[in-house]
Design a protein around this ligand. Sequence first.
Ligand code: AMP
Length: 276
Amino acid sequence: MQIVKTAAELSQLRGKMTAPLGFVPTMGYLHEGHLALVRQAKAENASVAVSIFVNPTQFGPNEDFRQYPRDSKRDLAFLEGEGTDLVFMPPVEEIYPPGFDKWVEVGRLGRRLEGASRPGHFRGVATVVARLFELVKPDRAYFGQKDAQQLLVVKKMVADLGMSLEVIAVPTVREPDGLAMSSRNTYLNPEERKQAVVLYQALSLARRLYNDGEKDAEVIRRRMTALIQKEPLAAIDYISIADAQTMEELEEVKPPALVSMAVKIGKTRLIDNVVL
Ligand code: AMP
């Protein structure tokens, strides 16, 4: 496994990698969710590259950029175990050289839901993903369904800018009780961890109601809200039932619909979703 920190080293090694190249961008502190992406990339490509970069531009001024968990030794051991060919771990200046001022602006899709709660978030995501694609030049890039809106933003950027690679979605990996795996789960204390399962319970409730014939999105949203409000440490940021392509809110649930939410458990903001 080659570990590179600079764009120059990367471009040297990139030429020697066997095509097709599968690429998994991450912010590190890897868990089984990330490793599912790496395994799928490995299964579908001749070579696999993973990046570990906690991207400052996708964090808001009062968000957790500084506290975001980091453990590159552990990450590298996991990636070695999965047979990763190359790991790109750039310092911030490699991605954003001094004076850097070229951004990928995201339109409507980036202003809804996560974009509304986290202004500038998707501009940071789209910009870093575009930079990484430029440097790594992958044939396929793997993203988790866990971050459904991010996946849509990246797919749309690739289509709109005519980038020549394929974006592949990988299903959400969950803990045995249903909590979606996330590097941020490490912030939860034992009581918060117990209550965090309510996100998945609310998504399961939505699926059950829908399967039983409920098509009124407002009724489903209200039932989800009531369930989450039973947990004293949970505070809802948003609950959305939206068209799975445009993310426009629905009144009548029509498949494919994306049921997504952001809920704070104590101080930790968690997101999750299911597609109906
Ligand atoms: P992050 O390190 O949080 O930026 O995530 C890197 C990639 O892993 C993104 O494409 C995420 O959507 C994906 N990912 C994170 N958690 C999960 C999960 N529980 N299941 C599937 N993919 C995930």
